[in-house]
Ligand binder design. Structure first.
Ligand code: NAD
Length: 484
């Protein structure tokens, strides 16, 4: 099976190749076979992308918001029409099962283009009346050329979540996908172009960290939005700081799910499944520290073990498969290393824990119980299908322990007690909180992290503030009074 794209990069409205760039083989995680080959951007390609975006941005920003929104909404329609093909591609790129990709990736990208396309015509400034008839008006202006850098777990979604608000505000974007999943963003660029985005408004260049760094350090770039790990975030944030560029940082997490005795058991188990095993655990906002109150712990573990019998591993393109392989052999090794540590540090392995023989980089869904706060599996982001159950007695204890982490991406509470649910949500040190569910990310709601998990928010109206800035214009209606 080969799904070679037309060329490695998409710049200025067309596919562009430069075979001088380092080779990136795209591996299908189910077979381990190379299904495509792209090349990392050379300095000449980076230059071409930045010049095209710099030129195109000025024209794009001169369109009315309504005109820009029309393009984005057309792109949303095309994405929905092609959902099947885009989902198949997402599955090849990532290994995530088609059962997931057909409802969570191009569909989420389309939601983003539709939502921000709808907002584009309504982006305005305000009028501020002052003494003597003077006034200030504000103009919401684009930042300029924005760079998006993606992780490998949601390539279509990340390319869209960054592109849609950026373009709605009149910016141009250069998106660098993860070198592990380079294929899907090219389709996003193609679709935007087909929908009428002028050449150069949305460009894709391939490459490893060095290409990302070259983009982040280019003086013509006004903003960087990264989805990636905390160590990469620290590097990108500090590089952006040298040019005082705007940033959005969507980084890693070690989020808590707190389940009280009075929770609806079935919903709590479903939430913990969504928060640990969806996309085989390769989700930044996963609730990997599952705090379970002592009275419900045995029932929780029994029901979780039972529900995990419903896991169907296999060919991710088969719509009945509901659990895919890890994105790469390397990621599988990293996750297996954490599982070994969990066992070595004394956690009780309830189920799973092994790689699966045969085709694909599979790891069994893994549940540990009797996990303590200082065990490595409770402190470090694993990014694989590993759920840790930690026991607790009281609400105050659960909240303090849930917050005792440098991360702050997501947090959820399962309880039927309304007041306690809201107390916990208020007390969580996390940017994205849930009551009686976990891991939903609709475009209408803000998504992002506190503490080491990030800066800024994606989705919702708030994303507009991260892709535009307000200019204040003072209008004098009176003579200028000067002291001499
Ligand atoms: P990563 O940090 O290794 O890489 C992310 C991206 O940054 C890649 O495109 C990579 O090429 C690029 N990069 C690396 N070094 C760079 C540099 N010096 N300058 C510029 N770019 C550079 O992350 P990953 O392994 O691809 O993804 C997994 C991580 O992403 C996890 O930590 C996960 O939690 C996080 N993540 C966060 C979110 C979120 O929304 N908060 C979503 C998905 C994934």
């Amino acid at each position: 099976m080969q799904i070679q794209p037309k060329a490695s990069h998409f710049i200025d409205g067309q596919y562009v190749e430069d075979t001088d760039g380092a080779v990136i083989d795209v591996i299908y995680p189910f077979t381990g076979d190379a299904i495509a080959r792209v090349h990392a951007a050379t300095p000449a390609i980076v230059e071409r992308a930045v010049s095209a975006a710099t030129r195109a941005q000025k024209e794009w920003a001169s369109w009315t918001g309504t005109e820009r929104g029309r393009v984005l909404r057309r792109a949303a329609d095309i994405m929905r029409e092609r959902n099947h093909d885009l989902s198949v591609l997402e599955t090849y790129d990532t290994g995530k099962p088609y059962q997931e990709t057909s409802v969570a990736d191009a569909t989420s990208g389309a939601d983003s283009f539709e939502y921000f396309g709808g907002l584009a015509g309504a982006l305005t400034g305000e009028h501020i009346p002052l003494a003597g008839g003077d006034f200030v008006y504000t103009r919401r202006e684009p930042l300029g050329v924005c760079v998006g850098i993606g992780a490998w777990n949601y390539p279509t979604q990340i390319a869209s979540w960054k592109g849609a608000p950026a373009l709605a505000c009149g910016n141009a974007m250069i998106f660098k996908p993860s070198e592990t999943t380079p294929l899907c963003a090219l389709k996003v660029a193609e679709i935007l172009h087909e929908a009428g985005a002028p050449p150069g408004t949305y460009n894709v260049v391939q490459g490893m960290g060095a290409v990302g760094a070259a983009l982040v350090n280019d003086p013509r770039v006004a903003k960087v939005s990264l989805t990636g790990s905390v160590p990469t975030g620290q590097k990108v944030y500090s590089a952006a700081a040298s040019g005082l560029r705007h940033v959005t940082m969507e980084l890693g997490g070690k989020s808590p799910i707190v389940i009280f005795d009075d929770a609806d058991l079935e919903n709590a188990v479903s939430g913990a499944i969504l928060g640990n095993f969806y996309s085989s655990g390769q989700v930044c906002s996963n609730g990997t520290r599952v705090f379970v109150q002592k009275g419900i712990k045995d029932a929780f573990l029994a029901r979780m073990t039972e529900r995990l019998k419903g896991v169907v591993m296999g060919d991710p393109q088969d719509p009945t498969t509901n659990f895919g392989p890890m994105v790469s052999d390397q990621q599988r090794e990293i996750v297996l290393g954490f599982i070994e540590k969990g066992v070595a540090e004394g956690a009780h392995l309830v189920t799973g824990g092994k790689a699966v023989d045969g085709s694909g980089f599979f790891i069994e869904p893994t549940v540990f119980a009797n996990v303590t706060d200082t065990m490595t599996i409770a402190t470090d982001e694993i990014f694989g299908p590993v759920l840790s159950v930690l026991d607790f007695d009281t609400e105050a204890e659960a909240l303090a322990r849930a917050n005792d982490t440098p991360f702050g991406l997501a947090a959820s509470v399962f309880t039927k007690d309304l007041a306690r649910a809201h107390r916990m949500a208020a007390g969580f040190e996390a940017g994205t909180c849930y009551i009686n569910t976990h891991n939903l990310a609709p475009v209408e709601a803000p998504f992002g992290g506190s503490k080491m998990s990030g800066v800024g928010r994606e989705n919702s109206k708030l994303a507009i503030d991260h892709y535009s800035e307000m200019k204040g214009v003072y209008v004098a209606m009176n003579d200028v009074e000067a002291p001499f």
